[in-house]
Design a protein around this ligand. Sequence first.
Ligand code: BDR
Ligand code: CA
Length: 313
Amino acid sequence: MKTKIILDVDTGIDDALAITFALGRKDAELIGVTTCFGNVTFETASRNSLNLLDLLGRSDVPVYAGAKGPGDESEWQVREHLYRIHGNNGIGNVELPVSKRKVEEKKAWQFMAEACRKYRDELILICVGPLTNLAKAIELDREAVGLCKKIVIMGGALTVKGNVTPYAEANIYNDVKAAQKVIDSGLDLYFVGLDVTLQTIITGNDIMRWKQLDNEKAGKLYEAASYYYSNEFEVVGGAMHDPLAVEAALDPEIITEWFPVNLMVEQEGVTKGRMIGDKDLLNEPRKRIHYGLKVNGERFVKDFEETVLNVIS
Ligand code: BDR
Ligand code: CA
C-alpha cells in the first residue's frame, strides 16, 4: 500500500522540486499540500504550488493555505537575499501557466489534524517550511497529530553553520516559538537538517537529462532548478533540502545515521534559532528527536534525478 503524505511547504524552488519528487514516488500518495510563509509569502507559496501541480497534471491534489507569518500573527516580509536564491516569484522567475484553481476553504492546520485522525499510521507529515502550521495543528488536536505514522521536518543545523545566521537554519529561525512548541509536544520527530541536505547538492551535470526533454513541464522545471543551483551557492550547486526530507520520510535508510537526542530551540539573542541539546532532558532515557547526521548523498541524487525525470517526461 502507498504511504499517504502531506507536504507542508513555503514554495520556493527546492519546495517545488520536493512536490515534483513526491508526485513521482511510486510508494507515496500526496494527499494534500499545505502552505506557509518563508521563502515567499503564504499567498505566493499557495499560488506557486497550485500552478506547479496543475502544470504537472495533478490538479487533483488540493492545496490548503496556512500561516501568514510567525504564529500566524503578522504579515511576513520576505528577506532580500531570498530573491537571489528563489527569484522574485519564488520559482526562479520562471512563469508557470496560471492555475484556475483556488486554495481549499479549510486552513492548513485543520486539514493536517483531520487527515492524521482519518489516516493514522497510513500518513506521514513532511514539513519543509517554518513550523507554524504544524504547531497550530498540534495546538488544535495534539492527540490526532500523534496518531500519524511519522513527522519529518526539514530544519536545523547541528554540526554545521546555519544559513540565516551562523547558528540558525531558516525554517527553525523563521518561527522559533513554533519550533519549540512542536518539540514540547513530546511527539517523535525526524529532523533532516543542513548537516545532511548540504551533502545532497545538484549541479547542471546531474540534471542534464531534464534539459534534453522537449516539453513545457521539463523546460520550466529545468529553468527553475538551474536558477537555484546557480544562485544559492554561486558555483557549487543547489542543496536539495526539501526533496531529501521527502526521501527520508519514505526511505529512512537514506539517512545512514539518525542521532537520538532531546533538543531545544534558542528563542532570542545572537543564537536565536539554534538547536542545541536540552540540558533539562539530558538524563531522560527517551530521546524524542531523531536527527539526521549522515546521508547516502550519491544514491539520493541519482534517485531524485530519475524520479523527477519520470514526472516531467
Ligand atoms: C530551508 O529553508 C527554505 O529556504 C528552503 O526551502 C528549505 O526548506 C533550508 O534552510
Ligand atoms: Ca522550504
